[in-house]
Design a protein around this ligand. Structure first.
Ligand code: TXA
Ligand code: MG
Length: 325
């Protein structure tokens, strides 16, 4: 988008949002489906468009940390410390909500999720709109988050009023979600901002919510098969690769090691980056491209069990539904 075009597009997007419409916007993580966070009718359209149950709360995107107190009460000092270090950027903070925040936004909980995104188009939109925008990932419920404008069109085309094209998302995975509303800070959804980095800023330990979290916590991705391709998807360890039996074919294999399947195996290998940031950046667009019915199976070589790969491991586990076993 050129500057002239950007200005005109933002003006049009703001008009749509003020009228209660839906606009898909690029962020540095994934594309979001934005609506006026103060307009109940607009917010309800998001749930319809995404076919998302009302029990899943939304993130409110704001332009400045000065706006935190428009949405949250008892904002702890830790929130401002993290805002200063990581915003704008891929971190979402869960804080105690103000009573007037819409129940549809918070799913009736006493907390609200807030974030300042880093993409210039999102920043321009938020500045011009002047209020909070709820924006879940712009995909249908349980599907892979879109990281390009074309993917948004494919997911939600008819259901939305406008798509702002901001190119491909830099990070490629959804934000880290950190709960600051109850005692010790706790990560509810891993992202590319790591617990260690948060812990360093806060000078305090940060806990990480496990898969066996209590059912009353409405944590992201608790639904079976979240972020999932339609093609059956399976994680395989590097050792398994070497002894792989005939499986549903043709299959594609995303590798990070140097493993190359034998020529007659019916398995096509696709080498992924060995750097976590680069892997995250292309993961969703790669899965989306491989999910066009050309394969019976998507196989994914397990990624390292280290901190920087945690968010990727989490999304791969959910894409394969293997946490159910
Ligand atoms: O990177 C992102 O966070 C992207 C971009 C568009 O900003 N947004 C995104 O939104 O991933 P969504 O709706 O797909 O995921 C947000 C998750 C939801 O699954 C929800 O469970 C969780 O945030 N969430 C929202 N409010 C919450 C709250 N008050 N307490 C706990 N979890 C909350
Ligand atoms: Mg989502």
């Amino acid at each position: 988008m050129s500057n002239m075009n950007l200005h005109a597009e933002i003006t049009k997007a703001v008009e749509i949002l003020r009228a209660g419409g839906l606009v898909a916007m690029p962020t540095e993580t994934v594309y979001g489906l934005a609506a006026d966070a103060r307009n109940p009718l607009a917010v309800s359209k998001i749930f319809t468009a995404k076919q998302r149950p009302n029990s899943h709360p939304l993130i409110v995107h704001i332009a400045h940390s000065a706006a935190l107190t428009d949405w949250a009460i008892e904002v702890p000092k830790s929130a401002y410390l993290l805002a200063e270090r990581f915003w704008p950027g891929p971190l979402t903070l869960i804080l105690k909500r103000r009573p007037e925040v819409l129940d549809l936004v918070t799913a009736d909980q006493d907390t609200v999720a807030l974030r300042i995104p880093r993409h210039p188009v999102a920043s321009a939109l938020l500045a011009a709109f002047g209020g909070g925008l709820v924006a879940p990932s712009a995909n249908r419920f349980t599907r892979i988050s879109p990281t390009t404008a074309a993917a948004v069109q494919e997911e939600l085309g008819e259901a939305i009023d406008m798509v702002l094209d901001g190119g491909s998302c830099e990070v490629g995975l959804e934000s880290t979600i950190l709960d600051l509303s109850k005692g010790q800070p706790r990560i509810l959804r891993p992202g590319m901002i790591l617990p260690e980095a948060i812990s360093t800023v806060l000078n305090q330990p940060v806990s990480v919510l496990r898969q066996d979290y209590p059912a009353e916590v409405r944590a992201p991705g608790m639904h079976h098969l979240h972020y999932a391709p339609r093609t059956p998807t399976k994680i395989v360890t590097t050792e398994m690769l070497h002894s792989m039996q005939k499986t549903a074919l043709p299959a594609v294999l995303l590798t990070i090691s140097d493993f190359i399947p034998p020529g007659n195996s019916g398995i096509v290998a696709l080498k992924m980056p060995s750097n976590a940031g680069e892997y995250a950046h292309i993961l969703y667009s790669t899965l989306r491209q491989l999910d066009q019915n050309q394969y019976q199976q998507i196989l994914i070589e397990a990624v390292p069990d280290t901190a920087e790969w945690t968010a990727i491991r989490d999304r791969l586990t959910k894409a394969s539904g293997q946490h159910q076993e």
